[in-house]
Design a protein around this ligand. Structure first.
Ligand code: SAH
Ligand code: SF4
Ligand code: F3S
Length: 478
């Protein structure tokens, strides 16, 4: 068995680390101080990007900018972009044309590109397309105030330097679009894996972990401000590692998870993403020990065929994946697992595609994000392999996986009918103000009629009465 109750050694206490975070910036409100500058920000891509936008909001608020939801009303428009698939980039291009119309009407309006596309297409944006004034990569956000100043003077500015150290550990995010109950905490940045299809190592640089003191300080602050769930974010959380330079103490992901779980028993802890090659039994045992660590693992398998996985450079094969999922079932029998799947990767045969369908069936994922392969310039696959599966075949295979997974999700949810779950109320349901919505520990969304005296942030026992492939419908226990 593994140690429980880890503590953090060292001179620097969590209270000291909190100093950097004392200015907890509650979720923002529109303000209308005359003369105050406003920024409008749109975010695309993964949760890390949404979390980064909250760091950007914090940096901007320190220099007097306040956020607005109305782009017509803003002095600065920022778009935090994603490069993961071609479609993601196309969406951003469309938005830039919309911003460009505004820019032509309002000289002085500054438009900036942030995030993963900034990194990938810096030259093109500035020299060819001339749609933007600022291009700022994910490790350069501290430079934003300077860059904006120069852009206001009419210069086109760019900073896409990637860093080996930057974790924005001392920056207290301004929570944007928050429900006041759940929040992201980035625990690491970048990625050191070289999955052959993936652009992330090129857009976000080398992997680095944030110091645990600042992670704990942020979680504690969130709890003290009414939040009841934190999601620890990283491209591969299981490779989180931090060595205390003062004491030599080593903190791995399981240790960090346990430390955050100890902030308060009423603070739920989630995390994403787990990589099958690194997900350890130590993490699973840590999850088993703490009621407030949610019993849900997002474990992208990508494919069910070992030859394709090898070409993807995922560094695991199908038996390894199955053995990891079996470990979850053994150590955490109540846990759900979700996944990511890519169809039509280079050279994938029909039989190999059948292997993906069979692992999806075998694994009984509660949910999956499914994509067809999209070649990304500069990646290993783009350099080494022909993108040789016709688009119609990629899409047909994708539809087959989606059809199967939808049926499995429905079956999975129907199996919950009659069960009672502890649910954290997150807010009103999207469809009706008479209903609340929230999630159970397995990350399933439950919708149920309100009862007097209850509010978002409360835990309630809900019995499931009906289910769709996406939602459980229930009633609060008397
Ligand atoms: N770090 C995570 C993945 C982050 S990207 C992991 O390793 O699991 C999110 C998902 O996008 C990936 O899991 C993959 O399924 C999908 N994806 C990434 N690159 C892609 C590409 N070139 N084409 C299609 N889907 C891709
Ligand atoms: Fe991309 Fe692989 Fe890193 Fe995930 S682990 S971000 S898929 S390179
Ligand atoms: Fe997209 Fe960058 Fe995330 S490419 S998926 S926003 S790390």
């Amino acid at each position: 068995m593994y140690d429980s109750n880890p503590t953090l050694e060292g001179l620097k206490t969590i209270d000291e680390a909190k100093q950097g975070n004392v200015l907890f910036k509650e979720h923002w409100q529109e303000s209308s101080v005359p003369g105050e500058k406003k920024f409008y920000i749109e975010s695309y891509g993964c949760q890390m990007n949404f979390s980064d936008s909250e760091i950007v909001a914090s940096i901007l608020s320190d220099v007097g900018y306040s956020p607005t939801r109305n782009m017509e009303d803003s002095d600065l428009i920022l778009i935090n972009t994603c490069s993961i698939r071609e479609k993601a980039e196309e969406t951003v291009r469309k938005r830039l044309r919309v911003f460009d119309v505004l820019k032509k009407q309002r000289p002085g309006l500054v438009v900036g590109i942030l995030g993963c596309m900034a990194e990938r297409l810096k030259k093109k944006w500035l020299e060819e397309e001339k749609l933007v004034d600022l291009v700022v990569g994910p490790d350069a956000y501290r430079d934003l105030p300077n860059l904006i100043g120069s852009a206001e003077d009419g210069h086109r500015m760019v900073n896409v330097l990637l860093s080996r150290e930057e974790t924005y550990a001392d920056i207290s995010p301004v929570r944007l679009e928050t429900n006041g109950i759940t929040a992201f905490i980035s625990i690491m940045r970048g990625c050191d894996n070289m999955c052959s299809f993936c652009v992330v190592p090129f857009t976000r640089g080398r992997e680095r972990s944030r110091d645990p003191f600042s992670v704990l300080a942020e979680a504690t602050n969130l709890f003290e401000n009414g939040y009841r769930e934190v999601m620890l974010l990283g491209q591969n959380v299981d490779s989180y590692k931090w060595d205390n330079p003062e004491t030599g103490q080593h903190v791995d992901f399981a240790d960090l998870l346990e430390l955050v779980a100890q902030v308060h028993p009423s603070l739920r802890v989630r995390f994403s993403t787990s990589h099958p090659k690194d997900m350890s039994d130590k993490v699973l045992y840590t999850m088993a020990r703490h009621h407030n660590i949610c019993k849900y693992i997002h474990l992208p398998v990508q494919s069910g065929n070992s030859r394709v996985l090898d070409m993807m450079n995922r560094t695991y094969d199908r038996p390894w994946c199955e053995q990891r999922i079996e470990a979850i079932r053994r150590i955490l029998p109540e846990a759900t697992v979700s996944s990511d799947i890519i169809t039509g990767f280079c050279t994938e045969t029909e039989e190999e595609h059948q292997d993906t369908l069979s692992i999806v069936e075998w694994a009984n994922f509660s949910m999956a994000y499914m994509f067809y392969y999209s070649e990304r310039p500069g990646t290993l696959a783009a350099r080494k392999y022909a993108d040789d599966i016709p688009e119609d075949v990629k899409k047909r295979r994708l539809n087959e996986v989606i059809r199967l997974q939808t049926a499995i999700s429905l079956r999975h949810n129907q199996a919950d009918i009659g069960k009672t779950f502890e649910v954290l109320i997150e807010g009103n349901s999207r469809k009706s103000d008479a209903d609340f919505c929230g999630r159970n520990t397995q990350n399933k969304v439950l919708v149920f009629p309100k009862k007097p005296g209850l509010k978002p942030g409360d835990y309630v026992q809900v019995t499931v009465k009906d289910a769709t492939s996406a939602t459980l419908l229930g009633e609060i226990e008397a």
